[in-house]
Ligand binder design. Structure first.
Ligand SMILES: Nc1ncnc2c1ncn2[C@@H]1O[C@H](COP(=O)(O)OP(=O)(O)O)[C@@H](O)[C@H]1O
Ligand SMILES: [Mg+2]
Length: 394
């Protein structure tokens, strides 16, 4: 793969090329002396797969130049070196489609580049790699947490080892959906010491909510959430993949660097919307942002939640507005969903025949086949996993 590296001086280019040696065998580095101004030409010239930019300064003019260059190449990942890591800069960077901001400390750039090389190459290590599925609400109240938690429970019920991780760091409530027990540790506690995070540490720190299902809840306080570093999230998700068959991410509405580390690891991101205009509006913005961050069309799937026929805004309207076909429609059924959430039981256990249960189980079917109960052994049990045919595949 081709990496274009732009830095202010010849010496700096050489230094960074040196830092990147060993980042991957097949990485060809094209060093350019320049700044944000040279970005567009460099992108157009060599058609890189990845760009590293180390600008001498990043004032408003450079920012505009960078933004323009990225607008012309929305899918191109760019790693920005910047000593400034203020929330203001990070937000700006994310908004204009910068893939990652690193401060250039020892190994930091190389680690970031290696991660992108792995992603681009799609190489797999030999360690067991659980499948990562993310649920992302277009707006608060879309039903992302309900779907994430119930999918996690369905996969666990089918004998898969599942980790449910709440990446809604500020106001996450996923644990409440699956257990009435009080968690002793949250993702903030486990994130404190980066060096300690591995599969064992993670699993022992998580709360087992039901057979085969472990939960890592969001922090109790917003202050604790602020302390969590994106690197910790990346390590937690990676460790979870080694220990679990499935890692289900409940990603918050506000996309931050931490949430993005989770989305990076996801094979599929279910974007959850409802059939009203504000959802469509926010989903459009979110989709655009995710695409500009380099996530492929294929990775993003549309879920229409609280689906009903004959609504003012139809699912066809939403599909057209977003340029995506609905991957799943989850019917609107207040009572079974409310009961499920209030009692922390999956909807398909309490109301197995409801349409919403069938939709949840259809989603689970895609990842793990239903366990058909043995008649003799479990006679009298009404657990069934019927197939829903109304929603179509993308
Ligand atoms: N399919 C559905 N039918 C009826 N009500 C639903 C459905 N999905 C979600 N809800 C309701 O929407 C509320 C918000 O769901 P939640 O999963 O917390 O959304 P999010 O995580 O996107 O903010 C829930 O309290 C629930 O009552
Ligand atoms: Mg939620």
């Amino acid at each position: 793969m081709k990496l274009t590296l732009i830095a202010g001086t010849r010496e700096r280019v050489a230094e960074l090329v040196g830092q990147l040696s060993g980042a991957g065998d097949d990485v060809l580095i094209d060093g350019v002396v320049g700044s944000a101004r040279e970005l567009a030409a460099a992108i157009e010239g060599s058609g890189p797969d990845l760009v590293v930019l180390d600008p001498i300064r990043l004032g408003s003019i450079e920012r505009i130049e960078l933004e323009r260059a990225l607008a012309g190449a929305p899918a191109l990942p760019l790693i920005l070196l910047s000593p400034d890591r203020s929330p203001e800069l990070l937000l700006w960077a994310m908004r204009v489609g910068v893939r990652e901001v690193v401060n250039g400390g020892k190994d930091e750039l190389r680690t970031a580049v290696e991660r992108h090389v792995r992603r681009v190459a799609g190489t797999r290590t030999t360690v067991r790699q659980g499948r990562v599925i993310a649920f992302l609400p277009a707006k608060g109240g879309s039903g992302a947490t309900f779907l994430a938690t119930n999918t996690a429970c369905a996969l666990a019920a089918r004998g898969k080892r599942v980790a449910l991780i709440d990446l809604n760091l500020h106001l996450g409530d996923a644990a409440l959906f699956v257990t009435e027990a009080q968690p002793t540790q949250t993702i903030a506690d486990l994130s404190k010491d980066l060096a300690r995070i591995d599969g064992t540490f993670l699993e022992t720190g998580m709360m087992q909510a039901r057979p085969n299902l472990w939960v890592l809840p969001a922090p109790e306080s917003p202050e604790a959430a602020l302390e969590i570093r994106p690197e910790a999230i990346e390590k937690i998700v990676a460790a979870a993949r080694e220990r679990f068959d499935f890692v289900i991410l409940d990603v918050g509405r506000v996309l931050e660097a931490s949430g993005l580390r989770g989305l990076d690891a996801a094979e599929t991101i279910y974007l959850v919307v409802q059939l009203t205009l504000p959802f469509v509006h926010d989903a459009k913005r979110l989709k655009k942002m995710l695409r500009s961050l380099g996530y492929s069309r294929d990775k993003l799937r549309l879920v229409i939640n609280r689906y009903e026929r004959g609504t003012d805004v139809s699912s066809g309207d939403v599909e057209r507005a977003l340029g995506m076909r609905a991957d799943l429609r989850v019917p609107n059924e207040f009572a079974p969903v409310a009961f499920s959430i209030n009692h922390a039981v999956p909807v398909f256990e309490h109301q197995p025949r409801s349409a919403v249960s069938r939709a949840v189980l259809e989603l689970a079917d895609r990842y793990a086949p239903a366990v058909v109960p043995n008649k003799g052994l479990l006679s009298g049990l009404t657990l069934r996993f019927p197939k829903l045919t109304s929603a179509h595949e993308a």
